[in-house]
Design a protein around this ligand. Structure first.
Ligand code: SF4
Length: 348
């Protein structure tokens, strides 16, 4: 891919307007180009069919798209589709299109790899390579939307639960969401977007200060300090009490109810004692709890929690009047479920 010039998806509308007029083009063409990029989701200048060939060539000489190409696609028996994308610099990321009741949800990546190294997560074993650009994030959604629409169903939800920690790529993730939700972008509802974080307190506060309207999910996975640190090394830097303080701030400022994601792991965090610790922790703010059934990652050493443990866990929390949902991860047979995205190089 030719990446000379500037990434067009990092150019503002005024910047494109100035560029065009400086090259003797009409200013209104900028709006057309903007629509092609952010409403139609094109990834080449050739697709901008209402521009002259000369204008398209002018753009191509000064700008480029950091677009994605399909490296591999796999579809699971439950209809979940995982796509491995090759980025312009050769790196691989993955996104997952998950079918629901007459709707689709896309799970997108925000980074190549991840530096947080959660013990149950395949991405965490890769280390961190780089942040994704707003355009690279946006394009995962565009591709999912096209794929969903080709099946006659609309894409209704976006979750930032793929590879990477979204809040450690704060600016780019928020810029992508701005383009996904803007009237002159994809005009999707922010209430159908969920950003999931391992819990970075200062960034959670920043979200509140920035007045975000999307949903916030925190991957909690344990409400006991020692257990959480063993599962998520990031807990050493940002312990549970700091996350709680930032969530109180977030809830107070946004008036929303975040979600805790809690992966049930046999004999690690699925006892009645663990449920009690969780209920106690959750008393500090309004919260919903998603209990996720674990899909074993090869060599991880973690096991699926037995149904009996899960049922007792749920019963205890519900007895404390907590809002609890049990989630069954989809796409297990293609390593597309929670914690299984690894962007493994593969033969296309
Ligand atoms: S669970 Fe999320 S934050 Fe943790 S290593 Fe995996 S991608 Fe990173």
């Amino acid at each position: 891919m030719d990446t000379t010039g500037k990434n067009i998806r990092e150019a503002s509308l005024p910047e494109i307007t100035t560029f065009l007029t400086a090259h003797g083009e009409k200013a209104f063409r900028a709006k057309q180009i903007w629509q092609w990029i952010w409403q139609r989701g094109v990834t080449t200048f050739e697709e901008m069919s209402n521009l002259s060939k000369t204008t398209r060539e002018l753009l191509a000489a000064h700008y480029y798209f950091d677009s994605l190409t399909i490296h591999r696609t796999q579809t699971a028996t439950d209809g979940t589709t995982k796509t491995a994308w090759r980025l312009h610099d050769g790196e691989i990321i993955e996104s997952v299109l998950i079918p629901g009741n007459q709707k689709f949800t896309v799970c997108v990546s925000s980074q190549v790899g991840c530096k947080l190294g959660c013990k149950f997560c395949a991405t965490g074993t890769l280390g961190f390579k780089r942040n994704l650009s707003p355009g690279e994030i946006f394009e995962q959604v565009i591709a999912a939307r096209k794929s969903a629409e080709a099946q006659g169903i609309s894409l209704s939800n976006i979750v930032f639960m793929g590879m990477g920690e979204p809040l450690l790529n704060y600016e780019n993730v928020l810029q992508a969401i701005e383009r996904l939700t803007a009237e002159d972008g994809l005009a999707m509802s922010p209430y159908r977007i969920t950003v999931s974080t391992a819990g970075i307190p200062d960034k959670i506060r920043q979200l509140a200060d920035d007045g975000v309207r999307f949903n916030l999910a925190v991957s909690l996975h344990a409400a006991k300090e020692t257990t959480r640190t063993a599962l998520m090394p990031v807990n050493k830097a940002y312990p549970l009490k700091d996350i709680a303080e930032s969530l109180k701030y977030f809830v107070g400022k946004t008036g929303t109810r975040p979600t805790f994601e809690y992966l049930l792991l046999k004999d690690i965090n699925d006892s009645l004692e663990d449920a009690k610790a969780l209920a106690l922790y959750c008393r500090q703010f309004p919260i919903k709890i998603n209990l996720i059934e674990y899909n074993p990652v090869e060599g991880s050493g973690f096991r699926h929690s037995p149904d009996k443990h899960r049922d007792e866990f749920v019963k205890y929390l519900e007895g404390c009047n907590m809002v609890v949902h049990v989630r069954h991860s989809k796409g297990q047979d293609i390593d597309a479920a929670c914690g299984q995205l690894a962007g493994r190089p593969a033969t296309p």
